[in-house]
Design a protein around this ligand. Structure first.
Ligand code: ATR
Length: 270
């Protein structure tokens, strides 16, 4: 049975084994998918041991996405653009290929939700690692404008500069957000602390979608705020399943249906 895994530290609460087991069962393609803990300073050691056991590919989560990028012999364009690797694959000659499926996973979920993308005004809150990986795929959908707003303004303007050639993108602080949006994506880790970035009271267009990359049993403070403004609200559980589906496609060449797996996961979360 082909061996795959997710690496992280901590890793015990990872949902990835459940997601990939769901794909395997759905597609009748038996694989073994482990959750593996690696020491924070020795991801490489954990990976090497895994490969010597016959491991063919892995997902990589906090705090190893940069270490995985360093370890890879080859990087995909999107991994280079994201500056991080969430998917590793052993190639035919034993070379290690690093890719990043986070942006594609978000897009897969936004398309499932029929979110406004082409010609839409999109606002992304945050400018950390999570944002770097999604700006390219978001710009590729052809929004009329993409605004990146962040607490530390320089990080937002630097990202906007980096992605400037790909579309109409602007970086600013929260207080400089102007106009209204069709899609607002929260990618700050403020949700974890139960905090809400200071947002203008008038932010959403008619039919707008509010999306939080975080997820949990209860809505994040950002989604609670958006709910009070009467817009459609979705958390990041679908992005998690989406990035897994894109990794599965790289490894196995088949495309699982994400909906039943997402529904099972949602039921477990409650
Ligand atoms: P990730 O990889 O999840 O993006 P990160 O790179 O540490 O994690 O980035 C965290 C993001 O959340 C940053 O944009 C951070 O803002 P700063 O760049 O100003 O640090 C943002 N963030 C964290 N806590 C926040 C808070 N309480 N209010 C607003 N933004 C916050």
């Amino acid at each position: 049975v082909p061996l795959y895994a997710v690496f992280g530290n901590p890793i015990a609460h990872s949902r990835s084994p459940q997601i990939h087991s769901g794909f395997a069962e759905q597609l009748g393609d038996a694989v073994r998918y482990d959750a593996r803990l690696a020491p924070v300073d020795d991801f490489q050691g954990g990976w090497r041991a895994f490969v010597s056991e016959g491991g063919r590919g892995a997902n990589v989560t906090v705090p190893f996405k940069q270490q995985a990028a360093v370890l890879a012999d080859q990087l995909s364009d999107r991994a280079r653009q994201a500056g991080a690797v969430n998917t590793l694959m052993v190639g035919d000659s034993g070379e290690v290929i690093g890719d990043n499926t986070d942006g594609a996973g978000l897009l897969l979920d936004l398309k499932r939700l029929e979110a406004p993308l082409a010609d839409a005004r999109i606002l992304v809150l945050g400018a950390g690692g999570a944002v770097r990986g999604v700006l390219g795929p978001l710009l590729a959908t052809g929004p009329s404008e993409l605004v990146v707003a962040n607490r530390t303004v320089e990080k937002a303007t630097a990202l906007a500069e980096l992605f400037d050639a790909m579309g109409h993108i602007r970086g600013c602080g929260f207080e400089a957000i102007e106009g209204t949006f069709d899609l607002v994506i929260n990618a700050t880790s403020a949700s974890l602390a139960g905090a809400l970035p200071p947002l203008p009271e008038i932010l959403f267009n008619e039919g707008a979608l509010a999306y939080d990359m975080m997820y949990g049993a209860t809505p994040t403070v950002f989604l609670q705020w958006a709910q009070r403004h009467g817009v459609r609200c979705v958390d990041g559980l679908g992005m998690l399943v989406g990035q897994a589906a894109e990794s599965w496609y790289l490894w196995r060449g088949t495309r699982p249906d994400t909906t039943p797996v997402l529904e099972a996961l949602r039921a477990d979360l409650r």
